[in-house]
Design a protein around this ligand. Structure first.
Ligand code: 13P
Length: 249
């Protein structure tokens, strides 16, 4: 049985004092769950969040990193820097970064390798646009994103990786994929990983769904055969709502 993982992606929201208050409220509500709970917070909240989650079952992730260890990359943060303060997870290749910050499958692959080298666990985002889905290309697009993201990654490293399937048309739109469509796409991703590695590795891999997840739809989504939890944007900004999602399976 794969574990359930619920990760919040705060995106560019929440000041440190808000983060601390949020974590205090959330941790009281989720303390008895065995689901894995991760909050991916802005860089400026990382340190405060790491201090506040001590003695709770909440883990902290960043939302991006650079693939180089250090150097003349003004404004960037490296995997080594994240690791040095105790960060455990890092989102890589979110569609907003691919769209607004020109991230490519190649930079996603470099970042994953650097994250693993620094003993960070990458949450790797893939997903198709509406046009790609309407043209019937979504399966090929997503299979290819997975293949390029994982190029050169060894099978034993897959245990440290989480994949998040986030159809771009479902992000922040209120338009969720049906649980059946999302589950089918996640099966497709698992099948691609089985082709690239083995069925055993694919069956162990944690794959999340993201895109307008909320407490009204999380139970149905997370109860399907292949969806192992969610990467939650907007609904992760309210502690009571996010707690409900964390406890829905
Ligand atoms: P929403 O849950 O706001 O649609 O965002 C999803 C997302 O992008 C999580 O990474």
């Amino acid at each position: 049985m794969r574990r359930k993982v619920i990760a919040g992606n705060w995106k560019m929201n929440m000041l440190p004092n808000e983060a601390i208050k949020f974590i205090e409220e959330l941790s009281a509500q989720v303390k008895n769950t065995s689901n894995e709970i991760i909050l991916c917070v802005p860089y400026t909240d990382l340190f405060y969040s790491l201090l506040t989650v001590q003695n709770t079952n909440i883990k902290i992730g960043a939302q991006n990193m650079h693939w180089e260890e250090k150097g003349a990359y003004t404004g960037e943060i490296s995997g080594q820097m994240l690791k040095s303060i105790g960060v455990e997870y890092v989102i890589i290749g979110h569609s907003e970064r691919r769209k607004y910050f020109a991230e490519t499958d190649e930079t996603v692959n470099k970042k994953i390798k650097s994250a693993l080298q620094n003993e960070l666990k990458p949450i790797v985002c893939v997903g198709e646009t509406l046009e790609q889905r309407e043209a019937g290309n979504h399966e090929n697009i997503v299979r290819n994103q997975v293949k390029l993201a994982l190029e050169g990654i060894q099978s034993e490293q897959l245990e440290k990786i989480i994949i998040a399937y986030e159809p771009i048309w479902a992000i922040g739109t209120g338009r969720t994929a049906t649980s059946n469509d999302a589950n089918e796409m996640i099966k497709t991703i698992r099948n691609e990983v089985a082709n690239l590695y083995s069925e055993e590795v694919a069956q162990k891999l944690i794959i999340l769904y993201g895109g307008s997840v909320k407490s009204e739809n999380s139970k149905e989504l997370f109860s399907t055969s292949d969806i192992d939890g969610g990467l939650v944007g907007g609904a992760s900004l309210k502690p009571d709502e996010f707690a409900k999602i964390c406890l829905s399976v």
